[in-house]
Write a protein that binds this ligand. Structure first.
Ligand SMILES: NC(=O)c1ccc[n+]([C@@H]2O[C@H](COP(=O)([O-])OP(=O)(O)OC[C@H]3O[C@@H](n4cnc5c(N)ncnc54)[C@H](OP(=O)(O)O)[C@@H]3O)[C@@H](O)[C@H]2O)c1
Length: 310
């Protein structure tokens, strides 16, 4: 099969198409023929490892010293089940599925991926295309997981900072679904988008610093990890909760909770209560170009990739 392999750490050009062996499912696994994957901010960070020296060494100890151990990136996939292991009971050949490869060594930039049936994998909601569904178990799962910490109550005032990013666009919709009064913070060009996702109020960070307005919130979710402590502290109610996408989404490994979030999101998708914001769609060969775009830090929602099977 074909895979887009990260040959070493570096610029997008280190991503190269290679012919590798097609995986064979173990008894508890399904083989997914991938139709769509995504290029996430996380993929771009792992490829480039563009960090200060101290952090770079720590990251290399974890991710692989001279080249990435997980050399096929891609954290989210959507596709069809082509084969099932003999002990698989939840899925059958032909099922259309979505999955997060985060806890199974990534591997979305390829034509096939084996997934254990008990991992983060679900039948794709029939009302959503592969393209619409593929990002949900990445940005959506992260937003659901982090917001759960705040146990949002109906009527609470929630501020989502970075509301136009992948995590942010889902966070606005999830907070709204939970009954919060939602304020989204984004730039001028994204005001209409964030409003269309259900935000009650949008603040343009290029013209207004929300922390200077005197307004306070029950929950402040920094969905792009850019707020200073001074900013969120100035606007948080005394009993309020501050959430940060990188500090509070930290993986302690997959758990039953993740399956809970997955089914929560699947229900919301089936009820038409959340939508994915797709900024751009690239072909498999264009993955390096997609990396260049995501690296700008300006994408709105998600960037998806069509995995052709030729
Ligand atoms: N995606 C995931 O599943 C996931 C999971 C865990 C952790 N994370 C982490 O979460 C963070 C966000 O990732 P993401 O993919 O959701 O976001 P992203 O798509 O990379 O965020 C880009 C968006 O943020 C906006 N933005 C840029 N600077 C801003 C600022 N100063 N204030 C407010 N908005 C700003 C950009 O629009 P403008 O430039 O026009 O404002 C753009 O729409 C990253 O650190 C990532 O590693 C992501």
């Amino acid at each position: 099969m074909k895979a887009m392999v990260t040959t070493k750490y570096g610029p997008p050009e280190v991503l190269q198409i290679k012919e590798i062996e097609k995986p064979v499912p173990k008894t508890n696994e399904v083989l997914v023929k991938i139709r769509m994957t995504t290029v996430s901010t996380g993929d771009v960070k792992m490829r480039g490892l563009d960090l200060p020296t101290g952090q770079k060494i720590a990251a290399r100890l974890f991710l692989g010293f001279t080249k990435p151990r997980k050399d096929i990136l891609g954290m989210e996939i959507a596709g069809e089940i082509e084969e099932v292991g003999e002990d698989v009971t939840k899925f059958k050949v032909g099922d259309e599925v979505i999955a997060s490869t985060f806890w199974v060594d990534l591997g979305g930039y390829a034509q096939y991926k084996c997934m254990p049936e008990d991992d983060i994998i679900a039948v794709k909601p029939s009302n959503m295309s592969f393209e619409q569904a593929v990002p949900v178990l990445g940005g959506g799962l992260t937003a659901a997981k982090v917001l759960k910490i705040a146990d949002i109550q109906v009527g609470q005032r929630v501020l989502i900072y970075g509301a136009s990013g992948n995590v942010g666009t889902y966070a606005v919709q999830i907070a709204k679904h939970l009954g919060a009064v939602v304020t989204g913070v984004c730039s001028t060009r994204n005001l209409e988008l964030v409003k269309s996702l259900g935000a009650d109020k949008v603040i343009d960070y290029t013209t207004e610093d929300f922390s200077k307005s005197g307004e306070t919130y029950d929950v402040i979710f920094d969905a792009i990890d850019k707020l200073t402590p001074e900013q969120w502290k100035a606007s948080l109610k005394e009993t309020g909760i501050h959430l940060n996408v990188n500090k509070h989404s930290g993986g302690v490994g997959r758990s039953k909770d993740h399956l809970e979030y997955m089914f929560f999101l699947k229900d919301l998708m089936e009820e038409g209560k959340i939508q994915s914001v797709i900024d751009k769609t690239y072909t498999f060969r264009q993955i390096p170009e997609a990396h260049k775009y995501v690296e700008t830090g300006r994408k709105r929602g998600c960037v998806v990739v069509i995995v052709d099977q030729d």
